[in-house]
Write a protein that binds this ligand. Structure first.
Ligand code: UT7
Length: 332
């Protein structure tokens, strides 16, 4: 029987309208546009404003646009995976809420939590259901409302993160296109350097946890940087070597957008120039699970059938991984 791959046959994204610039942050905390730009590459980020709005309010329009673009009826969808660190609620899963909001009724769904590597993990998980021929249409969402867990008094984290999401449709492909290979890793000892202290079962919410500002992202930036820069570059080089690829064979690196310096180091290690690197950190910051689908959506018109893409991510956990994708659709 012909080997089936899971191909991305559509990609759409959503970012909220409000733009939080470095200049505005200069008025809120002790920082400068110059420091943020040179240390991270971020110039501005989007923030979802409005009482009662959560992640699903960004995912639902992205999924609706995806269904329209791919001429897919909500009834045809078999599975929806939502990769996120900031679900609407602790339970139920945001994937269920998105299905309800967009009218997907014949599917099952679940959320996947792998911090910034979540979308990369979720593409790989979704692909398995296609490759086994169990399902034909799987939607993989990646997104976060990071502003809901960011302390805007902490200058080491609030400058980096933003809100946004994207959604991809996975379908079977028999032409050798789609997700060809993946290497996924995790190391729980890294949790010491990047986590949220309260709100989980170890330390449920209390007046004390709120007063201690423990419901926000805690990050030891330098330690995380060290692991990120090594592991994202290593895993990208490893998947290229495993598949006999050199820098010349790669059309695009699709990197998690955490810090421009980490992305530059990964590209150098892969032997590719800046012109092959998708980079939109300057306008969205780090949207955690949203970075990679936002890149794919922003660049989709430039992508060609058969292009070799390396998707690479690193995040809290620690989690990291790389996918080798042969792009399946021609851009405009
Ligand atoms: O996406 C998930 C994984 N996360 C990551 O990959 C993030 C990895 N880490 C990073 O990107 C970087 O570590 C940061 C951007 C978070 C920080 O950059 P850094 O170059 O590692 O700075 P640092 O933490 O070593 O701080 C250097 C200096 C310190 O001052 P002193 O102690 O040298 O006087 C900080 O207090 O910069 C200071 N600083 C700032 N100055 C102006 C820290 N944040 C700021 C700020 N504005 N916003």
């Amino acid at each position: 029987m012909e080997k089936i791959h899971a191909a991305i046959t559509g990609i759409e994204s959503y970012v909220p309208d409000y733009i939080l610039t470095n200049q505005e942050l200069e008025k809120m905390i002790d920082t400068t546009d110059e420091w943020i730009t040179t240390r991270t590459g971020v110039k501005e980020r989007r923030i979802l404003k409005g009482e009662g709005l959560g992640l699903s309010d960004m995912c639902a329009p992205a999924v609706t646009a995806l269904l329209e673009k791919t001429n897919t009826s909500p009834d045809e969808i078999d599975l929806v995976i939502c990769a996120t660190t900031t679900p609407d609620m602790v339970f139920p899963a945001t994937s269920n809420i998105v299905c309800d909001k967009v009218g997907i009724k014949n599917a099952f769904g679940f959320d996947l939590n792998a911090a910034c590597s979540g979308f990369t993990y979720a593409l790989s998980v979704g692909a398995q259901f296609i490759e086994t021929r169990k399902y034909k249409k799987v939607i993989v969402i990646g997104g976060d409302k990071m502003s809901s867990i960011i302390d805007y008094e902490d200058r080491t984290t609030c400058i980096i993160f933003g809100d946004g999401c994207g959604a991809a449709l996975l379908e079977p492909n028999e032409e050798g296109l789609g997700i060809i290979d993946s290497i996924l890793r995790s190391d729980g000892s890294g949790r010491a350097h990047l986590h949220q202290k309260a709100g989980g079962s170890i330390k449920p919410a209390s007046h004390e946890t709120v007063d201690a500002r423990e419901h926000f992202v805690y990050q030891e930036g330098k330690a995380v940087f060290k692991f990120a820069v090594t592991n994202m570059a290593d895993v990208s080089a490893e998947i290229m070597e495993k598949n006999g690829l050199t820098g010349d064979d790669i059309a695009w690196l699709v990197p998690h957008q955490a810090n421009k310096r980490i992305i530059d180091a990964t590209a150098r290690r892969m032997g590719i120039g800046d012109e092959k690197v998708m980079l939109n950190i300057q306008k969205y910051g780090n949207t955690t699970n949203g970075t990679i689908p936002l890149c794919l959506a922003d660049w989709q018109s430039q992508l060609k059938k058969g292009d070799n893409l390396i998707i690479a991510a690193f995040g809290g956990g620690f989690t990291w991984g790389a996918l080798y994708v042969k792009w399946a659709i021609n851009g405009k």
